[in-house]
Design a protein around this ligand. Sequence first.
Ligand code: GLA
Length: 407
Amino acid sequence: MNPQSIKRSLFAALFFIAASTSLFAQKFEELAQTPPMGWNSWNTFQTNIDEPLLKGMVDTYVSSGMRDAGYTYFVLDDGWMAMERDKDGNLVADPKKFPNGMKAFADYVHSKGLKFGIYNCAGTKTCAGYPGTRGYEYQDARLYASWGVDYLKFDWCNSEGINAREAYTTMSKAIRAAGRPMIFSLCEWGQNQPWKWASGVGQLWRSTGDIWAGFEKNLSKGSWTALSVLTILDKQDSIRQYAGPGHWNDPDMLEVGNGMKYNEDKAHFSLWCMLAAPLMAGNDLRKMSDETKSILTNKEVIAIDQDALGIEGFRFYSFDGLEIFIKPLANNELAVCFLNRSNHPQTVTYNWKDHAVNDAISKTNIDFNKTTYKLRDLWAKKDLGTTDKVFRQVIGADDVVMVRLGK
Ligand code: GLA
């Protein structure tokens, strides 16, 4: 090679490296511009997962219309691993549960047009006692990338003495170094105020402890307490300014279809959408009732969650068990959710013109004396007239009415 062509090859190689690095950087930056949507194995199955069961779930994900409604990720939670790493320190899928290995399962998920997610923990062991990632961050990230993982949920058990910000930052760097864009879901239960530092580390962070399928009351699990939908809801108000495209507060996965009443499931789903929460279904899709399906696949309600502005809604009014949540949307539209958390039906009589909406975080200022909006009831799926008219509806106990205000 003459000096001229060496120069040219060098230049081409440098150009290639620069272009691919910036392409990867760009791909990482584009992740989760709206809250991630998917399904996770934990809420129904805990560690009782295996390939035949999960393949059935993947098939139903598609045939039930979940994929078409916008759900994309299929995430395996705790319990997918063998109890020990192999002789080279690599994690291994449990050979009994996944006889064909994890790459084959990831390929199956991808073949159905879905993205594949997996779970591990920043500590020495996962919450269920499987090998944790501590000390193996780069090795594990490379393994996940080689399997085609698109999403990593990273837990916080057995992490005594570790600094959360450092541990999650190390894993975040490891994922980037492995080169495959993956959503990074921090799961340290809001203990170290991740909303203050995790934007840029991952795309979502849990804001509280674990949810259970209860609407009002928490559930004692002995050494810890599982939180109800309303308990989690009440912990979100003060952190909404930290959420936005690419970085979301995560009030935990959905319990829709896991034992609550229809109205409670509907309220839970509506409120999570008002919060711009990640929507990770956690029910047995193969046994989903028509009611459950109608909740999880209500595209007009999902559109509130997925609105491009990415503003987390807020509690606008609260009196005597009746609450009003407002979520500013793109194009100066609004979502409004009336929640009745009392134990008896209540009649809402609401004159829009008496209540201007002013929200400093989204810079929303609406005076209904100056602007008239059309109202759309998102559960009844019907138009309700305009904000020039007083809104009146009876709302059942632990139920919601959710409307979209459009032009
Ligand atoms: C923690 C997490 C849950 C789940 C379990 C798995 O409790 O918060 O979401 O991942 O661990 O063991």
